[in-house]
Ligand binder design. Structure first.
Ligand code: THU
Length: 159
């Protein structure tokens, strides 16, 4: 028997279609992306997280000469958030990535390891985190939960 597992996402046509909060998150992710430390890939990523208290936490990818020791923007940002605000719920996570020297408008999704890490915090807070991902122009994709991007996700319920 073949079964299907569909995912749902919104395609927001452009920056102009975002609401004010979303625009702020987009702007902050773009701004912090400029500070990414990505000398090896030259692929720079910015992330902005909105907390339930209105605070916005930002971060970027941090690379390393020993390549696997580097970390993506999403995990840099969510681990900092988890470390500093363990009791504050995360409402939204916005990520924007692109090669430093090229323009691309294809939305860049979080990598698998980042999806798994974001899932951990969603499960911990027992409330969904809205995920937005984009590139420099074009559409912004939005899901209501990280689970949409991680079908058949593994979490502590299996342990
Ligand atoms: N990167 C991120 O920051 N987030 C992702 O979800 C995908 C990849 C970074 C890691 C590395 O510094 C560069 O992009 C190229 O893979």
């Amino acid at each position: 028997m073949q079964k299907e597992h569909n995912i749902k996402f919104d395609s927001i046509e452009s920056y102009d279609q975002l609401d004010e909060t979303e625009k702020t998150l987009f702007d902050k992710a773009m701004e912090i992306r400029e500070l990414a430390y990505a000398p090896y890939s030259d692929f720079t990523v910015g992330c902005a997280i909105l907390l339930e208290n209105g605070e916005i936490i930002t971060g970027s990818n941090q690379e390393n000469a020993a390549y696997p020791s580097g970390l993506c923007a999403e995990r840099t940002t969510i681990f900092y958030t988890g470390a500093n605000f363990p009791e504050v719920k995360i409402k939204k996570l916005f990520v924007i990535g692109a090669p430093r020297k090229a323009t691309t408008s294809v939305p860049i999704p979080p990598c698998g390891a980042c999806r798994q890490s974001i899932l951990e915090y969603e499960a911990k807070q027992k409330e969904e985190i809205e995920i937005y991902f984009a590139s420099l122009g074009g559409a912004i994709y939005k899901t209501k939960s990280i689970r949409e991007l991680l079908p058949f996700s593994f979490d502590s319920s299996y342990l």
